[in-house]
Design a protein around this ligand. Structure first.
Ligand SMILES: CC(C)(COP(=O)(O)OP(=O)(O)OC[C@H]1O[C@@H](n2cnc3c(N)ncnc32)[C@H](O)[C@@H]1OP(=O)(O)O)[C@@H](O)C(=O)NCCC(=O)NCCS
Length: 267
């Protein structure tokens, strides 16, 4: 066995100072209850995506395409998929929406792939977007949530690229959970007879769970502590603690050697 903990590294000190100052400014603005999050989103995205644009420009004189591009920075001019869901709690969603849009558009900007900056940027937004977020949340780019307000995240959780966290019915993620690239965690499902018959049911990933590359966890599944879902697996049923489930539908393939005796029997 070769242990390869991640290297510790950082960009140049000048860049770190600049990033920290900028993030602190955004953090302070968000702490102010009077902050207009829509305006903040527009301001940040204009700066990131159109830095050469004169702030005093008379927008009505710009070409229509440019005006469309600028409108698209404003969360009030955009609709997102969860807004179409019937059961949306508008009082909880709309304060979050500007920051969900800012998060997504940051990821699509030239800055999105900067791991150092991106992880810190998302850490600033996460407490205002998610229902709960623990310490050291490490979120890579192109992660999407649904409502945000139904997603609880523990300490030291890592979510890799292109992950879908559909918290429509609620997702509870424990401590030290890792979710690999292209995984999807669902918490709603549709009746096979009638697509608008939607069942929302919480999905739970206990402490130390690993959902690996491209795996899907369906609504209502409970992955027990230290449980693992193998690459490209489809977890349709609960995963027992310390079990490694693989395949479609996912079935136990192994029990971790660290499992206490009571979990060694596969079922
Ligand atoms: C599930 C996994 C952890 C099992 O690893 P392992 O303990 O070394 O298990 P093995 O390779 O000995 O496989 C055990 C059995 O499960 C099968 N299996 C392993 N992974 C599988 C998978 N993802 N899907 C379907 N079957 C799988 C093997 O073919 C083998 O079957 P057999 O006993 O019939 O020959 C591993 O295969 C996996 O999927 N890892 C995730 C990799 C990943 O996502 N990496 C991302 C890096 S961030």
């Amino acid at each position: 066995m070769v242990l390869r903990p991640l290297r510790k590294l950082a960009p140049s000190p000048e860049a770190v100072e600049l990033y920290d100052d900028w993030l602190a400014e955004i953090g302070e603005r968000l702490e102010d209850p009077a902050c207009d999050r829509n305006d903040l989103c527009v301001e940040v995205l204009r700066g990131l995506l159109y830095p050469q644009l004169d702030p005093g420009v008379e927008e009505s004189r710009l070409p229509a395409m440019t005006r469309v591009a600028l409108q698209n920075l404003d969360p009030r001019c955009v609709t997102l998929e969860p807004e179409y869901y019937d059961e949306i709690d508008e009082a909880r969603y709309y304060p979050r929406k500007p920051l969900i849009w800012l998060w997504q558009m940051f990821d699509r900007s030239p800055l999105g792939g900067n791991i150092h900056l991106g992880v810190l940027f998302r850490r600033v937004l996460a407490p205002y977007v998610l229902r709960r977020v623990g310490r050291n949340f490490k979120c890579f780019h192109f992660v999407e949530v649904s409502f945000g307000y139904n997603l609880r995240v523990g300490d030291n959780v890592v979510v890799h690229r292109n992950v879908l966290l559909d918290d429509r019915g609620g997702i509870k993620i424990g401590n030290r959970v890792s979710i690999s690239d292209h995984a999807s965690i669902f918490s709603h499902t549709h009746s096979i007879d009638d697509i608008v018959d939607v069942k929302n049911i919480e999905t739970v990933l206990d402490d130390n769970v690993r959902i690996t590359y491209g795996a899907t966890v369906l609504a209502g599944v409970h992955v027990g502590v230290q449980g693992m879902v193998g690459a490209k697996a489809l977890a349709t049923k609960d995963v027992q603690p310390y079990h490694v489930n693989v395949g479609i539908p996912a079935k136990p393939a192994r029990v971790k050697s660290i499992a206490p005796p009571e979990y060694r029997r596969r079922d």
